[in-house]
Every structure is written in C-alpha cells, then in structure tokens.
Design a binder for this molecule. Sequence first.
Ligand SMILES: [Fe+2]
Length: 318
Amino acid sequence: MIFYYINSEILQEIKNVDIFTFDPRTKRRDLFLSKDESLTDDLIARATHLFEKEVRFQLYNKSLNSLEEKTQAKIKALNSEQLELESIQRQRNELAIENLDESFNIMRELRNVVRTDDFSTLRGRAQNEFLLIPLFQSEYISSASNFLLKLFERDTQTLKEVGFCYFFAKMLKVHNWEELIDIMMACIFKDIGLTQIPYGKIRSFEDESYQKHTMYTIYVLKKAGLNLSDSAKRYILEHHEQINGQGFPRGKTEAHIAPYSQLISLVDQVFSLKFGRLDKKQRNLKQSIEMLKHRSEVPGLVYDFNINFLSSLFALLD
Ligand SMILES: [Fe+2]
C-alpha cells in the first residue's frame, strides 16, 4: 500500500505530514492538509463533515515513521482491516467472474421470468453480481452487500420482489452500486412500518394509520439502528405517493417525487397483486403485470406511474 487510511481520531493526533482525501468511487485523491499547515478548528469541522459523507482520509506510507509509535500502531491496525477487506473483495471478484455468464441479457431474462414465474436464474445471477459490490467503498455499501448475499440465500417472497426490482432498475440503466443498493434497501424495508399498527386496525387503504406506514417505517429503522441513506429513506417515504397527487402520506405530484420512488412503487404494485397483498388472491407475475396494464379493478391498486417505467414493464409481456 502506498497510502494508509486514517480515521478521525488519528487525524487529530498527527502533525507535520501531508494528509489527503480519497474518494474510492472516482479514485480521486486531493491534498487536504500539507505538512507545513496545522489542523485548525475549521479544518477539523470540515474533516468531520467529510468523514460523515464517507470520504476517506489517507497519508503516504513513508510518512508513517515520523509519527509517534502509538499512532503508528493505530494506523497499522486500521490498515490491516482494510487489507483484509481488499483480500475478501479479490476472492469475491474471482468467484463471481468464474460464474458470471457473459451471454446474460437482462431484458431476455426478465421476459423469461414473466413467462415462467421462475425466479431461480435471476436469483443465481444476483448472488454472483452482489459479490462484485465494492466492500471498501463505504460501511453502508459493505454491510448492505453482506445483507443482500444473506437475503438471497433463501427463496422468499422478498427475494423475488427485490431481485425483480434490482434487474428492472438495471434494465432502466441504473448501474451505480450506491443507487442500486438504495433502491433494493427501500424495496426490502418499505413496509416494515406496518408492524407498528395494531392487528385489525386497518380496515381500508384509506385508513389514517395505514397511510402513515411509510413514516412508521422510518421510525422503526431508526429504532432498530438501521442507517439507510437519505435517498433510500426518501424512496420509502414516497412509495405510495402518486404522480397525479392522489397518493399518501403527502399527496405529492410527479415533479416532487423521486423517479426511483416511482420505480419501487411500481414494483410494489406488481408484487402486491402477485402475492395477494391487496385482495388475498395470489397470481403469477404475467397475470399481475397484465392486470396493471388493463387497469383491472382491485381495491387499492394504482395504475398511474412514470410513463417510461410503465412502458418498460409492459414490454416484458412481449
Ligand atoms: Fe407500503
């Protein structure tokens, strides 16, 4: 390693070395503090802000010897964890690349799933792709990667919905891991707030307590210590908003709803039909998408979505 990572505690202990910020996504490295400058309160405040944004800090490995021994030991311990992560990542990449079939075509596979209702190919493909998630990009990405790999070990309703959501997002040209993870996290946790509503209290989709479940979800996630990104939380809060302003909890209109909230909302409607969440009748995926296309009368079903997302979804019926 030419550069060593440092954390905020170490940053405040060291003097007279060049310190850099490093963005693992773009690989961009900028001088934050030169060895001739001292760390002022303003710079500490700026560094704290950058640490919160998961920007990494580094120093040259050759600067190490000029530091106090106890600081050197801390840096070595921190960086051995980093090396371990990098080694796990290399093993994961090798494993994934061995198993990734280059002829995999997302649209063709999604059409297959719609035709057959068999999600096993998507599941296997997603498991291999998740191995490629860059573990050391941030703590959020790393824990999300491990969580997703665990989730996809078992064939569940959640896996089918999240797997479909993942490949549908990729079909719509979302390729950035952070965005894909935010979309999947929102898709997984969006309705966990329903657990806060006493049994039997929801009689219709118009009930006030039901219409607050998106906000309850944010509350539950906070209580459980699950720190999703601001974007993922926004998708959760907006997953029942509608582009015509008839949604809840805030009745936002299209210009105020994030596009990926619409994506999650559309997938939610499809799988609500499939798993009978609206009317207790289970269906296959093809029937569910057709019902949305033909605007079938089902209580609580929403038909109006971002037009590009809808046409991409209906194209899977061809
Ligand atoms: Fe919901």
